[in-house]
Design a binder for this molecule. Structure first.
Ligand SMILES: Cc1ncc(COP(=O)(O)O)c(C=O)c1O
Length: 410
């Protein structure tokens, strides 16, 4: 799909139906995009249409509708493969979400390959979904988890990273972009460092892929994971990219229909990847929704989206820093348009509840990153995260609502 469209944020906003409705009589300022983004009409319409006229189970039937649904499903896989420049369509496994994709790698790769005394490295800024599956292995296989720290600005240190790697390091799992700090990690360099020692790398791209062009071949990443619902697509679908060499050697994650070649009373023969990892009825219509969302992003152009979001980020950063008593957590030079902040003397839940009445939706809490928040000695923050449809006016409304909130608590 060509990137011929001019970047017109009003037009983009008008393509997301949620913004046509007011919230408490006010225009919606949706800044909870790092949790989940809104959906454009084209995604909603195509999914509804497929439910109406193109629905059947996939891979099973010989009739027209089943063939159509299968065609849509496999077409979505092709679109995803192209989106991240995967070498082969079979390297794309559809999962329920990013969490399931990470659990799959931990179970099917880690569970088999990692044994007592082996070490893995995670960063302290991982989302819980890239922590807890590895804790399972710590408990079950007795592996050791080593943590790469972040400095006050929210950056990692490559020398520290190098120093954590030992002969016992068997896997490294990293976020590409922090959902709290907005830091984008130098993953290409980190992967090269790891590969120098023949260590495979898993990257959680859940946040990064929404804002940055990802090329898995250029990164030379071994596993790359993301989720549909943050990428303007539906919930219920996620993606695991895995290099064929790895996927072909991995055991299934779940057993059931569609993931086997032969089943006897005394043995089974597993299917090949990606089917081996897609047991049961998959996210049929969601896969179409994800495909349409990717097509939509491609029509607008990822570079233009990033340019727009960077403008918003610079503007928001200056305005937020002007608010007395507001502290932004995470000031990396690589930071994207995600702001975690605290307003001195006011609990983040109170801030979020108060500004909600001005139509401003932000997230408050620990953002599923408890070890990271502990690193900054905070229990929760507010988080304003931006997307392709946000505007300068949204930033102004956010900042005004924060000033009003301060007055309310004075
Ligand atoms: C960095 C990161 N990784 C993983 C996830 C988990 O995504 P999902 O809940 O769709 O599995 C999130 C969701 O917030 C995230 O921000």
């Amino acid at each position: 799909m060509s990137n011929s469209r001019e970047y017109d944020v009003s037009l983009i906003k008008s393509e997301f139906p949620v913004f046509s409705k007011n919230i408490y009589g006010k225009q919606l300022v949706y800044l909870d995009n790092a949790a989940s983004s809104q959906k454009p009409n084209i995604v909603i319409d195509k999914m509804a249409n497929a439910y109406r006229y193109e629905y059947a189970n996939v891979h099973r039937g010989l009739h027209y509708l089943s063939n159509k649904a299968t065609e849509n499903y496999e077409d979505a896989r092709k679109t995803v493969a192209e989106f991240i420049n995967s070498n082969h369509v079979n390297e794309i496994v559809f999962t329920k979400n990013a969490t399931e994709a990470l659990n799959l790698v931990a179970h099917s790769y880690g569970g088999e390959m990692l044994t007592e005394g082996d070490e893995i490295i995670l960063t302290i800024m991982e989302h819980h979904s890239n922590i807890v599956p590895w804790h399972f292995l710590r408990e079950k296989n007795k592996i050791k988890i080593k943590w790469l720290s972040v400095n006050d600005d929210g950056d990692i240190d490559l020398d520290e990273f190098r120093s954590l790697i030992t002969d016992k390091t068997k896997l490294i799992s990293l976020t590409h972009m922090s959902n709290v700090l907005g830091t984008v990690l130098p993953i290409k360099e980190m992967i090269a460092i790891a590969h120098d020692k023949n260590i495979p790398v898993v990257v959680d791209g859940t946040q990064a892929i929404v804002h940055h062009k990802v090329d898995v071949q250029d990164l030379d990443v071994d596993f790359y994971v993301f989720t549909g619902h943050k990428l303007y697509g539906p919930s219920g679908i996620g993606v695991l990219y895995g290099k064929s060499d790895y996927l072909e050697k991995m055991v299934p994650y779940q057993g059931g229909g569609e993931m086997i070649e032969e089943v006897y009373t005394d043995r089974v023969v597993y299917g090949k990847p990606p089917q081996r990892f897609e047991a049961g009825t998959p996210a049929i219509i969601q896969s179409l929704g994800l495909k349409v969302a990717i097509d939509y992003i491609n029509t607008i152009g990822q570079e233009k989206i990033l340019q727009h979001e960077n403008l918003l980020k610079d503007y928001a950063e200056n305005k937020l820093k002007d608010i007395d008593g507001l502290k932004i957590i995470g000031n990396s030079k690589t930071k994207g348009a995600i702001f975690s902040f605290i307003l001195e003397g006011i609990h983040p839940h109170d801030v979020s509840t108060i500004i909600d009445r001005s139509g401003v939706a932000v997230r408050a809490g620990m953002h599923c990153a408890e070890p990271l928040l502990a690193r900054y000695n905070v229990q929760s923050t507010c988080r304003a995260s931006f997307a392709m449809y946000n505007t300068i006016e949204d930033v102004d409304i956010l900042c005004n609502s924060l000033l009003e909130c301060k007055k309310f608590f004075r």
